[in-house]
Design a protein around this ligand. Structure first.
Ligand code: GLU
Length: 447
């Protein structure tokens, strides 16, 4: 279904063999390789130096036991991961995900995506990702803290502001980063602010980091709309998820005059034709850690248990929940109901076949590694502030984020043009991200 250049087939076969059963990682690699045919033709030096083989093999993979004691006094054992994928452009950088679905294949797919995403930001950061199969749902604050402390007690030896800089992802927000940073500080006896990003504003965090992924996504779509002489004003938007990315994507859509019709969580989705009350969503999800079903009980609207949020007709769809959440049926429903733009806020939320359906249906599509890069870009701005012991005002940090997203869009669009694929932001993102990393790898020699 996805074709790759015959010269890349042995590379992909090795990936399949070395990483047996890690289907999400295979998917992420295939999606990048599929766009590299014109690149290998134009730049034979990449093949000579085995750059693509090397990029598919993580520089280092760490797997460790995380023992902790729950509130009932029972011993719990989880598995921790950190995949340090590529450091050609800077220290490994990427979030930690705490979710029961986490295994090595998920961390590798995320780490692989992160390499190219981070390159697109133009900031000096390599790619990595980590996490655990720990399920934070229903856990007390004390349990979360003990888990984070145990996790960091092993991971700290692999980190450092010049080595590897984690942040949040699904299941890891400001609270968890606080516990992780506290334990790192205690073990190392160093106030090394730049070792983690997503910190609180009073202890080394950056303004706009919380909002950055969602805001950045909407800034990216703003550029897509502007290219069509359009804007968010009056558009109907569906945002899947109700975590950090979804909430702040919705917030920026509202600020720009759009209406958010629907949001979801892993149980179901809520449609409010009057426009979603974002303050209530924030209270439910950020403060009370409740379910989105409670929106209907407290405010009204229509709650659909199970169901597909992509059945809600809209102009713009922003998948902001998790990988492979938008499949063929969802894509077909979006095409049918007249949706015009899909931009990925989550990492790899659209399956390859669904992406094809969207694009064949005339929908303009933005891949996550470009459209959701605002989060990690603002992490790099946080590192910059930490390095200079400075902290910037909200407006300035937001302006920097906005500039970065505009640049990423322009880079993806012009790269697609350059390679004869106008409008193909997937190819533009993959080629622009890849060549940036590949050029640095060539310069650094065989390491
Ligand atoms: N987890 C986010 C991502 O997928 C942010 C990573 C970071 O800030 O390091 O890009």
């Amino acid at each position: 279904m996805i074709n790759i250049d015959p010269s890349l087939e042995p590379v992909y076969d090795t990936v399949l063999k070395r990483n047996a059963g890690e289907v999400e990682f295979h998917q992420a690699v295939l999606e990048v390789l599929a766009n590299l045919t014109p690149v290998v033709k134009k730049r034979p030096e990449y093949t000579r130096a085995s750059v693509i083989e090397r990029i598919c093999e993580p520089e280092r993979q760490i797997i460790f036991r995380v023992p902790w004691v729950d509130d009932e006094g029972r011993i719990q054992i989880n598995r921790g991961f950190r995949v340090e994928f590529n450091s050609a452009l800077g220290p490994y950088k990427g979030g930690l995900r705490f979710h029961p679905s986490v295994y090595l294949g998920i961390i590798k797919f995320l780490g692989f995506e992160q390499i190219f995403k981070n390159a697109l930001t133009t900031m000096p950061i390599g790619g990595g990702k980590g996490g655990s199969d720990f399920d934070p749902k229903g856990r007390s604050d004390g349990e979360i803290m003990r888990f984070c402390q145990s996790f960091m007690t092993e991971l700290y030896r692999h980190l450092g502001e010049y080595t590897d800089v984690p942040a949040g992802d699904i299941g890891v927000g400001g609270r968890e980063i606080g516990y992780l940073f506290g334990q790192y500080k205690r073990i190392t006896n160093r106030y090394e602010a730049g070792v983690l990003t997503g910190k609180g504003l009073t202890w080394g965090g950056s303004q706009v980091r919380t909002e950055a992924t969602g805001y950045g996504l909407v800034f990216f779509v703003q550029e897509m709309l502007a290219a069509d002489k359009s804007s968010f004003d009056g558009l109907r938007v569906v945002v899947s998820g109700s975590g950090n990315v979804a909430i702040y994507a919705a917030e920026k859509v509202l600020q720009l005059g759009g209406t958010v019709l629907a949001m979801s969580d892993s149980n179901g989705y809520i449609v409010d034709e009057a426009g979603i009350d974002l303050d209530l969503i924030k209270d439910l999800k950020e403060v009370r850690r409740a379910r989105i079903a409670d929106y209907a009980t407290e405010k009204g609207g229509n709650y659909v248990e199970g169901g597909s949020i992509w059945d809600v007709p809209c102009d713009v769809a922003l998948p902001c929940a998790t990988q492979n959440e938008l499949g063929d049926a969802g894509a077909a429903a979006l095409v049918k109901s007249g949706c015009q733009y899909v931009a990925e806020g989550a990492n790899m939320p659209t399956t390859p076949t669904a992406t094809a359906i969207l694009r064949e249906g005339g929908i303009k599509f933005a891949p996550g590694k470009a459209a959701n890069a605002g989060g990690v870009a603002t992490s790099a701005l946080e590192m910059q502030q930490n390095a200079s012991r400075d902290s910037w005002a909200f407006d300035y940090a937001e302006q920097r984020l906005h500039e970065i997203m505009t640049t990423i869009y322009a880079n993806c669009a012009t790269t697609a043009d350059e390679y004869g694929l106008p409008g193909d932001l997937v190819a533009g993102a993959n080629i622009a991200g890849f060549t940036q990393v590949a050029d640095a790898m060539l310069a650094l020699g065989l390491i």
